[in-house]
Design a protein around this ligand. Structure first.
Ligand code: ZN
Length: 319
């Protein structure tokens, strides 16, 4: 009896199926966690990259606007210079003419116009005089027009300068935010490199372990584990009181290999593997055994006491 007990116990505690189930659960959890982390970082990076692309696009359109404005300003400045030279020349010519006319006030020209030798000369002179007057008035009109044009051009130039300055401000703030985004991007990139290296190492490790176990145990069966509160009992009156008949609720011999369960949590007659204990049948019930609490059967009262109270993982391995 003792020999059988030991050999069953040994065979089960080294059962590779159980080790595999627990490890696989843990590694699967790790893989899910790391994959989620990686996805979150990738999502962030994707967003940052899109934002950077948008900002770059904004910068390009700002740059082209600034270029156009700068060319417009250059042309306006050239125009203003040209107009100013024209105005200077017009004023110079008008001045010269005025001085000339003043000088000639008493000379032969006026005399000739006012008192001609004959009527033909008079009309000739009058025509000449009229022609000169017409030319001067055209020059004056031209001067006025050109001056108005200059004022308008200067206003346009001022407006363009203001616009250019606002674009430059926009450009600078956009460029700054781009630099900040790029720094963030670089930082996250370094982080994800470390994360991905970690993930790849872990996954490689998981795959290697699974491969190794599968090679060793081709008919591997993965079982689910439950976390339960475990206590120990034996068939004695201290443990069972008035139920210390030596038999369990379903008529099995009470002791090692039988556990008391809440049938709503673990159906009766289910085969349960308990690491460090062995295989047991869910073959008993108890008033105090509710939900995920199991009472593990022992042949000896001192063994039951020694087991104490603990949280453990158990595995369902059939009926
Ligand atoms: Zn007992």
């Amino acid at each position: 009896m003792f020999i059988v007990f030991i050999s069953t116990f040994m065979a089960i505690t080294i059962n590779p199926h159980i080790i595999f189930a627990a490890d696989l659960d843990r590694l699967k959890g790790e893989k899910v966690k790391l994959t989620n982390e990686q996805n979150a970082i990738l999502y962030y990076l994707n967003n940052t990259r899109e934002e950077i692309d948008r900002i770059k696009h904004d910068l390009l359109s700002l740059e082209s606007k600034i270029n156009i404005l700068e060319n417009q300003i250059k042309n306006l400045e050239l125009n203003i210079k040209k107009i100013e030279i024209e105005l200077k020349n017009t004023i110079k010519i008008l001045n010269e003419k005025a001085i000339e006319l003043y000088k000639r006030k008493n000379n032969s020209f006026f005399q000739a116009v006012i008192s001609p030798k004959d009527i033909i000369t008079f009309f000739k002179n009058m025509n000449l005089f009229g022609y000169m007057m017409k030319q001067d008035s055209e020059a004056i009109n031209n001067y006025i027009e050109t001056k108005e044009e200059l004022i308008e051009t200067k206003l346009t130039l001022e407006k363009n300068h203001e616009e250019l300055n606002s674009y430059r401000d926009q450009y600078n703030s956009t460029h700054n935010s781009l630099l900040i985004k790029e720094a963030e991007y670089e930082k996250r990139l370094e982080e994800i490199k470390i994360q991905v290296a970690k993930l790849e190492n872990n996954l490689k490790e998981i795959e290697e372990r699974i491969k190794k176990i599968q090679l060793q145990y081709p008919n591997l069966k993965i079982v689910d584990g439950y976390r339960v509160l475990a206590t120990g009992y034996c068939p004695c009156p201290i443990c069972c009181g008035k139920y210390s008949s030596g038999y369990t609720a379903i008529g099995l011999k009470a002791g090692y290999g039988v556990i008391a369960v809440d049938p709503k949590f673990i159906p009766l007659r289910t085969k349960i593997l308990i690491p460090g204990y062995g295989v047991a049948i869910a073959g008993d019930t108890g008033k105090k055994i509710r939900n995920n609490h199991i009472d593990i059967g022992f042949d000896d009262h001192s063994d039951a006491l020694r087991y104490g109270v603990r949280f453990i993982y158990i595995y369902e391995i059939g009926k």
